[in-house]
Design a binder for this molecule. Structure first.
Ligand code: 89Y
Length: 340
């Protein structure tokens, strides 16, 4: 089968991992890159041997024969670029978070539906190696029926050093990280029925919230506590950006612990095994778990783009995560439980 030709919009921080992530699998070829500051697109093109770069996104879409477009720009520009690509009937992969508001995310999904083009979201947390294994453990019934869980991603890592634009977001941790942890919650435990959220800002000099505490009540009735913090404080065991998950079931318990350990405790005792992510030479070791899961997410999306399988993180599916993210802001603002 011929390689799928694609272009990328946005050549900032994530493009240097998303691009090699695509190329890792074969079966696709990046033929062009657009960036508002074209010198950045030129630098990426030079480093990765891309044939063409553009300062005008529409010119790229007019000139290039593409099989899909990967949008890796700031969230504010996602709606406009998705609508532009839909006009050209191009399958789209869009970076998370999908949109700056729920209404815009809903419109993006609708526009793609109306144009008959697939919209996929690069939502990678659920593709982390130990997260997939935890799901397998839960599905195996080893710990019986889960009745409560806790998901936490709490780190003192100075996130703003590598991603300074995060400082400018009026809505920070829930959009940036909550998109991931809430999606992982849906992946592991299904859909919530209601939620309650509190947010705090610990850093000075940032616009949004850097701490969030969410209590989800799942449709199964089980409570799931989701805790997030980027307070840049000191923690004894800090392994950014690893997520811990603890699940209690009626026949045992399962822990996804730091350093990729899964510990399953039943009447037979505790079975512990490490599930480290695959190592890629292009990945930044400080983000290894995230960068490897980007590649796994892309492998799933490529199968769908080749017409060989179903994608998990479609726009329609991700809309359910986006609803939770904005439901959390709503709950925090009103200090009330919100129905999902
Ligand atoms: O931007 C975020 C992401 O997607 O993964 C971790 C991160 O870099 C900081 O929260």
């Amino acid at each position: 089968m011929a390689d799928l030709k694609f272009a990328i919009f946005g050549t900032g921080f994530w493009s240097r991992f998303q691009l090699p992530g695509w190329l890792e699998h074969g079966g696709c070829e990046c033929v062009a890159a657009y960036n508002r500051t074209v010198s950045k697109a030129e630098a990426l093109a030079k480093d990765f041997g891309l044939p063409r770069e553009y300062a005008d996104p529409e010119e790229l879409l007019k000139n290039e024969e593409l099989d899909f477009l990967d949008i890796i720009t700031d969230v504010d520009t996602h709606p406009q670029f998705v609508e532009m690509a839909a006009k050209y009937k191009l399958p789209i992969v869009c970076q998370k978070p999908m949109a700056p508001s729920l209404a815009q995310a809903e419109r993006m999904v609708q526009v793609c539906k109306d144009a008959g083009v697939p919209l996929y979201i690069n939502e990678n947390w659920r593709w982390q190696t130990p997260m997939r294994e935890l799901k397998r453990v839960l599905d195996s019934g080893a710990i019986g029926t889960p009745f409560r869980a806790r998901i936490d991603m709490i780190s003192g890592f100075p996130v703003f050093e590598n991603q300074p634009f995060l400082k400018e977001l009026e809505q920070f941790i829930l959009t940036d990280l909550g998109s991931h942890t809430l999606d992982a919650g849906r992946f592991l435990f299904g859909e919530p029925e209601s939620l309650y959220c509190q947010t705090q800002r610990v850093h000075s000099g940032i616009k949004g919230e850097d701490v969030a505490t969410i209590l989800l009540k799942m449709k199964t009735g089980m409570p799931v506590l989701v805790e997030m913090a980027y307070a840049e404080n000191y923690l004894e065991r800090d392994r950014f950006p690893e997520t811990r998950v603890f699940v209690e079931g009626d026949k045992g318990s399962a822990l996804l612990d730091l350093d990729f350990w899964i510990r399953v405790t039943t009447g037979d005792g505790t079975h512990a095994k490490r599930y480290p992510p695959p190592r890629y030479e292009w990945a930044d070791p400080e983000y290894a778990i995230v960068h490897s899961s980007i590649a796994s997410c892309q492998a799933n999306l490529l199968e769908a783009l080749h017409g060989r399988g179903e994608a998990e993180t479609t726009g329609e599916d991700n809309l359910k995560t986006v609803r939770l993210v904005f439901g959390c802001y709503d709950s925090a603002a009103r200090n009330e439980v919100v129905t999902c």
